[in-house]
Design a protein. Structure first.
Length: 253
């Protein structure tokens, strides 16, 4: 039966940045589908732990600053030691700096690029090596953005990093499909999260955004549950290098 292909029973998923918002919802959705979760965050995501365990799944909390890649080998070793294997990676951790391009600083540029694309690449590399060593293949799901397709305003490093996520997703898919590793991405639209609080608080700007969205509403973190489970499951085994927009139709306008 087709629904059986969406079941992730006894799979193990690493989800970075799952303390709140989109990462939390994706971790919860994967757990509901049967995954045990390894969460990598700056601090223990207590609420996410509760939600995952309420689904009857295990949660391993690892704390690290993913702005640097130095901790990646140890994080992966801890995950494998505690969980036995890894099947899915969701590269969700990210950040944004807002500033006019004329005044944007090198520090702000490097901070965003290090987390949003450098760590995404090297964590994917480390997990792919683990998949190959296991001989089981696996799924890597990167989190892109509307700014993977558009230029945006006042977010130069974010736009650069998320455009890079789209490109690297394609490259890794090309190289790793032979190892039964699917690499895809999700590009969330305008979502109701901490990152958009400033936009949603501006009544004029919020109204302008909503008028552009055919669905007529801001996205919710729960809107990513279905897409992430699909891309993590056997139902997407012939989907490679694709960035799926979950945007209420924003890009269609």
């Amino acid at each position: 039966m087709i629904l059986e292909q969406f079941v992730l029973k006894d799979k193990v998923a690493i989800v970075t940045g799952c303390n709140t918002g989109l990462g939390q919802a994706m971790a919860e959705g994967l757990a509901q589908a049967g995954c045990d979760i390894v969460g990598i965050n700056r601090t223990t995501p207590h609420e996410t732990v509760e939600r995952v365990e309420a689904s009857g799944r295990r949660f391993l909390s690892l704390e690290a600053d993913l702005g640097s890649i130095e901790a990646l080998p140890d994080l992966l070793a801890q995950a494998v030691k505690n969980m036995g294997h890894i099947d899915i990676l969701v590269n969700n951790a990210g950040m944004i700096h807002r500033q006019d391009a004329l005044n944007f600083t090198e520090e702000a540029w490097d901070e965003v690029m290090d987390l949003n694309i450098k760590t995404v690449f090297f964590l994917s590399q480390a997990v792919a090596k683990q998949f190959i060593a296991q001989g089981t293949g696996g799924k890597i799901i990167n989190i892109a953005s509307m700014l993977s397709f558009q230029g945006g305003i006042r977010v130069p490093s974010y736009t650069a990093s998320k455009s890079a996520v789209l490109g690297v997703t394609r490259l890794l898919a090309n190289e790793w499909a032979q190892h039964n590793i699917n690499v895809n991405a999700i590009a969330p639209g305008y979502m109701s999260t901490n990152n958009t609080q400033q936009l949603r608080a501006d009544a004029d700007r919020s109204d302008e955004i909503l008028q552009r969205i055919p669905a007529g509403r801001w996205g919710l973190p729960a809107d990513l549950m279905g897409p992430v489970v699909f891309l993590a499951s056997a139902a997407s085994d012939y989907v490679n290098g694709y960035t799926l927009a979950v945007d209420g139709g924003w890009l269609a306008r």
